[in-house]
Write a protein that binds this ligand. Structure first.
Ligand code: HEM
Length: 156
C-alpha cells in the first residue's frame, strides 16, 4: 500500500490521468453507457424501469457517481468501501439490479479511463490501474454481504 507521504502525488497523478482522458475523449458518459448496454442489455432495462421517464439522466448520474467513487479511492478509501458496502445491497435487494450489472458499470468506467491514457504516461496509468483493482476488490467484498447471501437463500 502507498505510504501517506505518497498521497498528494498519487492524487495529482489521478487528476492528471483524468485530464488526459478529457483531452482525448471529452465527456466519458456516452461511451461508458454504450459499452455497458452492449455488454449488459439488462442495464438499459434497469435505467428505463427506474429512471422516472428519464433513463439517460439516471444513467449519466450513475456514471458520475461511479466516477466519484473511483476518484475518491486514493484519498478516502474507507469512505468508498463503506459506500459500496451499503449501496450494493440496496441496488441488489431494493432496486433489483444484479451485482454483475453493478460491477460492470464500475469495470467499464475504469476501463474507458485507463484505455484513454496514452501508453507513455505510465505513472498516470499505474495509479488508475491501482484504483480499478481497489474498487473491484471492494465491490467483490460488498457482494459477499450477508444480506445478499440471505436473499439468495430465500429466493432458492
Ligand atoms: C448499472 C446500474 C445501476 C443502476 C440502474 C443504478 C440506479 C440507481 C438508482 C435508481 C438510485 C437511486 C436509489 C434510491 O433513491 O433509492 C441509485 C443511487 C445510488 N447509486 Fe446507483 N445504479 C447503478 C450502478 C451504480 C454503481 C456502479 C455505483 C457505484 C460504484 C452506484 C452508486 C450509487 C450511489 C452511491 C447511490 C446513492 C445512495 C443509494 O441510494 O444507495 N450505482 N442508483
Amino acid at each position: 500500500m502507498a505510504s501517506p507521504a505518497d498521497l498528494p502525488a498519487r492524487i495529482a497523478l489521478m487528476e492528471a490521468g483524468l485530464e488526459l482522458v478529457a483531452d482525448r475523449v471529452g465527456d466519458i458518459t456516452g461511451p461508458v453507457v454504450a459499452r455497458l448496454y452492449r455488454r449488459c442489455p439488462a442495464a438499459r432495462a434497469s435505467f428505463v424501469r427506474l429512471g422516472l421517464g428519464r433513463p439517460d439522466a439516471l444513467a449519466a448520474q450513475m456514471v458520475e457517481t461511479t466516477l466519484h467513487c473511483l476518484m475518491s479511492w486514493p484519498g478516502d478509501r474507507a469512505m468508498v468501501e463503506i459506500t459500496l458496502r451499503e449501496t450494493l445491497p440496496h441496488h441488489c435487494l431494493t432496486l433489483g439490479i444484479a451485482p454483475a450489472v453493478f460491477r460492470a458499470l464500475a469495470e467499464e468506467t475504469a476501463h474507458l479511463i485507463i484505455a484513454a491514457i496514452p501508453a507513455d504516461c505510465a505513472a498516470e496509468r499505474a495509479v488508475w490501474e491501482d484504483i480499478r483493482t481497489g474498487i473491484l476488490g471492494a465491490i467483490a467484498e460488498a457482494e459477499r454481504s450477508p444480506l445478499i447471501a440471505r436473499a439468495a437463500v430465500q429466493a432458492a
